[in-house]
Design a protein around this ligand. Structure first.
Ligand code: NAG
Ligand code: NAG
Ligand code: NAG
Ligand code: NAG
Length: 231
């Protein structure tokens, strides 16, 4: 009667024989990818590569097949030369967005960076670069219109009655209350930097300033007198 120990011994010697036979037949080393090529997951899972076995290569992430066979074969303990040629994938033009511009001078191939800018009066919200990845362009930016702070004037009114902030190109008109005089421009525009152009005016109290007036008049008189004497 065969004991459990005997069975184990027999299994062990069978395993040993199997390993010897496999080694004697000759194996290829684990294959490696080449220029922009990698082993498929399926091939990576294999551990033994006996004579005549074929494994499959594929293009690395970001690359697509240009030409050649995906297969390499183990012949005489060596892998056949890989013929697979892969090229960088092209992300193409980034999808257009309102008021957005792209600088694609670096190209649109895998790994390329594209600078994102906005038209005048708009500012970028989000990353200012996009990169071409295997899945396509990175970055979710948008161009938002520039806004100015709500206009304000002491002792006067403005034409802005909206609850929102004025935006680029909006025009504001100013009036002063009775008894005040407007200093500056009565019309300003929200410019592309988010400032008013020209500056907002102010309303100054109307005051008669006779002292100032008479002093300058005196000065002019003096000057005239001096000039007259010189002649
Ligand atoms: C990779 O490409 C370069 C230049 O094209 C070549 O010299 C080199 O032999 C290639 N390497 C492999 C592993 O194919
Ligand atoms: C291969 O395996 C890796 C890691 O397990 C996985 O991220 C990848 O998506 C797989 N590729 C394919 C083509 O199945
Ligand atoms: C300015 O606004 C005040 C209060 O909102 C209003 O009573 C007044 O009539 C306005 N004046 C002008 C000149 O629009
Ligand atoms: C802003 O105004 C300028 C000059 O009037 C005009 O050319 C431009 O199209 C305007 N832009 C916007 C966003 O309203």
């Amino acid at each position: 009667m065969e004991t459990l120990l005997d069975t184990q011994r027999r299994l062990k010697s069978l395993l040993l024989m199997y390993l010897l036979v496999v080694n004697a037949a000759g194996d290829c080393p684990k294959p490696e990818g080449g220029n922009n090529t990698v082993l498929t997951n399926e091939s990576l899972l294999k551990n033994v590569f006996p004579e005549n076995i074929m494994v499959t290569l594929e293009c690395s992430s970001g690359y697509i097949k240009e030409s050649g066979s995906e297969f390499i074969t183990c012949i005489n303990d060596q892998w056949t030369e890989s013929e697979l040629i892969c090229k960088k994938k092209d992300c193409g033009q980034p999808p257009p967005k309102p008021h957005m511009k792209f600088d694609t001078s670096e190209g649109t191939l895998f790994g390329a960076l594209v600078k994102v800018t906005c038209e005048k009066g708009y500012q970028i919200s989000g990353p200012s670069y996009k990169e071409c990845y295997d899945q396509g362009w990175s970055g979710r930016a948008s161009c938002e219109i520039v806004a100015c702070d709500k206009p304000a004037i002491a002792n006067g009114n403005t034409s802005w009655d909206s609850g929102d902030d004025p935006e680029y190109n909006n025009t504001i008109r100013y009036t002063c209350h009775e008894g005040y005089t407007l200093i500056g421009s009565d019309t300003v525009v929200c410019d592309e930097t988010g400032e008013y152009s020209p500056d907002q005016p102010v309303c100054n109290e109307v005051t008669r300033a006779p002292a100032t007036t008479s002093r300058s008049q005196v000065a002019i008189t003096d000057l005239t007198t001096t000039d007259a004497k010189l002649i």
